[in-house]
Design a protein around this ligand. Structure first.
Ligand code: INI
Length: 162
C-alpha cells in the first residue's frame, strides 16, 4: 500500500523560533500575537518558544540562517510587513526577504515558514494581521507545526520491499 504523508498539527515536544521584524511593528506585533496564539492552541509549551526581533524584513533570513544552523529549533517562523506605499524599494525588500527565507529553509533542512505581508497599504496589512482577513502570523505558525511534523515523518525509513 502506498505511504501517504501529511503534516499534522500535533506540536508536542516542538521547539519553535519566531523571527519578527521591528519595521512596521504596529502590524508585526499583531502577526506575532497570532503566531503565539496558534502555537499555544496546538500545545507548544511557552518555554520552548524563542522570539527574536530583527530591524527589518531584509534581516529575517540572516537570523533564520543562524538559528537553523544551531540545530536547536524544529521549525522557524519569519514574520514581517512590507508596505508598497511606504518605500521606493518595496520590490527589493519584499523579493529578497522571500528569496532569502526560502533559501535558508532549503539549505539547512529546517522548515522556515513565511509570514511576511507584502501589501499596497497599511489597511491591507491590518486586515491580514488579525483583521477581517485573518492573521497571517497564525497561519505561518500552523504551517511551521505541519512542516516539523512532516519532516519527522520523512525521517522514518520506508518499509523495505522484500
Ligand atoms: N523593512 C521592512 O520590514 N518593511 C518595509 O516596508 C521596509 N521598507 O519600507 O523599506 C523595510 N526596510 C528595511 C529593511 O528591511 C532593512 O531593515 C534595512 O534596509 C537595513 O538593512
Amino acid at each position: 500500500m502506498a505511504r501517504e504523508l501529511k503534516g499534522t498539527l500535533d506540536a508536542q515536544d516542538l521547539h519553535v523560533g519566531i523571527i519578527v521584524s521591528q519595521f512596521n511593528e504596529f502590524v508585526t506585533s499583531k502577526l506575532l500575537a497570532g503566531a503565539r496564539d496558534a502555537l499555544r492552541r496546538h500545545g507548544v509549551r511557552e518555554e520552548r518558544v524563542t522570539v527574536v526581533w530583527v530591524p527589518g524584513a531584509l534581516e529575517l533570513p540572516q537570523v533564520a540562517q543562524r538559528m537553523a544552523d544551531s540545530g536547536k529549533w524544529d521549525a522557524l517562523i519569519a514574520l514581517g510587513c512590507v508596505i508598497r506605499g511606504e518605500t521606493s524599494h518595496y520590490d527589493v525588500v519584499a523579493n529578497e526577504s522571500a528569496r532569502g527565507i526560502a533559501e535558508v529553509a532549503r539549505a539547512t533542512g529546517v522548515p522556515v515558514t513565511f509570514g511576511v505581508l507584502t501589501t499596497n497599504d497599511a489597511d491591507q496589512a491590518a486586515a491580514r494581521a488579525g483583521g477581517k482577513l485573518g492573521n497571517r502570523g497564525y497561519d505561518a505558525a500552523e504551517s511551521a507545526i505541519k512542516m516539523a511534523s512532516l519532516y519527522r515523518q520523512l525521517a522514518v525509513e520506508p518499509t523495505p520491499v522484500s
